[in-house]
Write a protein that binds this ligand. Structure first.
Ligand SMILES: Cc1cc2nc3c(=O)[nH]c(=O)nc-3n(C[C@H](O)[C@H](O)[C@H](O)COP(=O)(O)OP(=O)(O)OC[C@H]3O[C@@H](n4cnc5c(N)ncnc54)[C@H](O)[C@@H]3O)c2cc1C
Length: 430
């Protein structure tokens, strides 16, 4: 297995991630599951902090460090069409590459809005994508996976093999090991109707509640993400995807969004789904250091819309992103996966480049109206995040499984379900 250290060639391209710079003592580059087992044993022996990295695009956790080790899975990045709708993905593949590889087969997996995001981080947490209302979360299409647990054993997990672990990795995967292969059932999707619309609403709160009603009453073929820039004259850019190429059916659905107040421009195209996730391929230099807060909401009612509008006018907030969930995502029983939020319609995320107290304070009124959380959009590792992300029954089950599969708290880097950043709580209990 290749191990790259600070004095080695190529180290500079491996040390940082998208949201953070780092200077790890070594970057281990396994190319097979057996090498992941070896890598885990190696980092365990050093006793230093370590990180697991797939695409390096994590917001919720930092897939690099200073002075520790990194297990970087970029060498396990295959996208394998196994016949029919069956697709096997390596954790190090990026979702843009996945979409491009599946397109010739008339297949797609709803992932997220960025093609640079890695399979491993997104598919162990949820996957809120631009076909989510039509085809569910990314994890809802996962049929089995291969997982290396803390003791170094390799498990095939599915509804029939280690079903508890299969349940746990669909929402809290980082707590239970390193996923080395994902087996998905892709959806039959080739072309979609993608609309980009820009709005300059005079009354932002009124626009937001109208946006909310439009999304909730749209056909479930429609998923819609809204990106709002902060400042005295707010603007909004929307990406609206109709999951299919039936233009006659899509047109009235899109027109409803074009009737919203403040429309300043729009463009609708029939395009392969593969062109939807935006892909830059830029090397990681810690270029996107930002503080984020996030939560889920059932409705964008007038009160919540008003609070979001106030947040956007407050100093320290640079952007708010509102992604649709609902539809097929909410068809799934809340107890079926560790991601248990199956009644909300929106994910709301605030982004601040500077962070700090003013941003945290400005978020608080919106936070009070949130109903659950999707961990992948939260940058603050406050202990309360785990309790917001997992309802009590889910968290209790996760803690039982954590005690069984990771009793020493080896995987404590990414929102440790024991409630302690260092796994201390679990160790104390035992
Ligand atoms: C620009 C941008 C846009 C985004 N848009 C969306 C979106 O639309 N929808 C959405 O759902 N999410 C979105 N995200 C969030 C994204 O899903 C998470 O940040 C995700 O964790 C990134 O995955 P990665 O593999 O690139 O991350 P990494 O930084 O490599 O990993 C993040 C963490 O995940 C865990 N992890 C990674 N690989 C594995 C593995 N194989 N096994 C177990 N644990 C693992 C580790 O704890 C790791 O520290 C976006 C993120 C960015 C930066």
């Amino acid at each position: 297995m290749e191990i790259v250290r600070p004095a080695d060639r190529g180290y500079a391209a491996l040390q940082h991630v998208y949201s953070s710079t780092g200077r790890p003592g070594s970057v281990l580059l396994p190319r097979t599951t057996a090498e992941v087992v070896e890598a885990l044993s190696t980092v365990r022996d050093t006793g230093r902090p370590f990180a697991v990295r797939s695409g390096g695009h994590g917001i919720s956790s930092i897939a690099t460090n200073t002075g520790g080790d990194v297990i970087d899975l970029r060498g396990i990045a295959s996208v394998e069409h196994r016949g029919g709708r069956a697709v096997r993905l390596g954790p190090g593949a990026r979702w843009g590459a996945v979409a491009r590889s599946l397109a010739p087969h008339g297949l797609a997996i709803s992932s997220g809005d960025s093609g640079d995001v890695g399979v491993g981080g997104l598919a162990t947490t949820g996957g809120i994508g631009l076909m989510g209302r039509a085809h569910g979360l990314t994890i809802d299409r996962l049929r089995s996976a291969e997982l290396v647990t803390a003791d170094g054993t390799v498990h095939r997990v599915s509804d029939h093999e280690s079903p508890d672990l299969f349940w746990a990795i669909r929402g809290a995967g980082a707590n239970f090991g390193i996923v080395t292969a994902f087996d998905f059932e892709a959806s039959d999707v080739a072309d979609v109707v993608q609309t980009t619309a820009v709005y300059q609403p005079v009354d932002l709160a009124a626009f937001l509640s109208a946006w909310g009603r439009t999304v909730e009453t749209a056909a479930r073929a429609v998923s819609a993400f809204l990106y709002l820039g902060a400042g005295p004259t707010p603007f909004a850019q929307a990406t609206i995807v109709y999951a299919g190429d039936d233009v006659d059916a899509a047109t009235p659905e899109i027109e409803r969004f074009l009737r919203l107040p403040g429309l300043a421009g729009q463009r609708a195209v029939v395009t392969p789904y593969a062109s939807v996730p935006l892909t830059s391929g830029a090397p990681h230099t810690g270029q996107q250091r930002a503080s984020t807060h996030t939560g889920l909401a059932v409705h964008l009612d007038d009160d919540l819309a008003d609070r979001i509008a106030t947040l956007l006018r407050s100093p320290g907030t640079d952007m708010v992103q509102i992604r649709s969930v609902g539809g097929a995502i909410n068809d799934v029983d809340p107890s079926a996966t560790a991601y248990a939020h199956r009644h909300q319609n929106f994910s709301v995320t605030a982004v601040s480049v500077r962070g700090g107290a003013a941003f945290h304070d400005a978020w608080e009124p919106v936070h009070r109206r949130m109903d659950g959380m999707y961990l992948s959009f939260e940058s603050d590792h406050a202990l309360s995040a785990v309790a917001e992300a997992f309802p009590p029954a889910t968290l209790a089950r996760l803690r039982d499984l954590k005690a069984r599969w990771d009793p020493e708290g080896l995987f404590d880097q990414n929102f440790d379900v024991t409630g302690s950043p260092s796994g201390e709580a679990l160790r104390a209990v035992r």
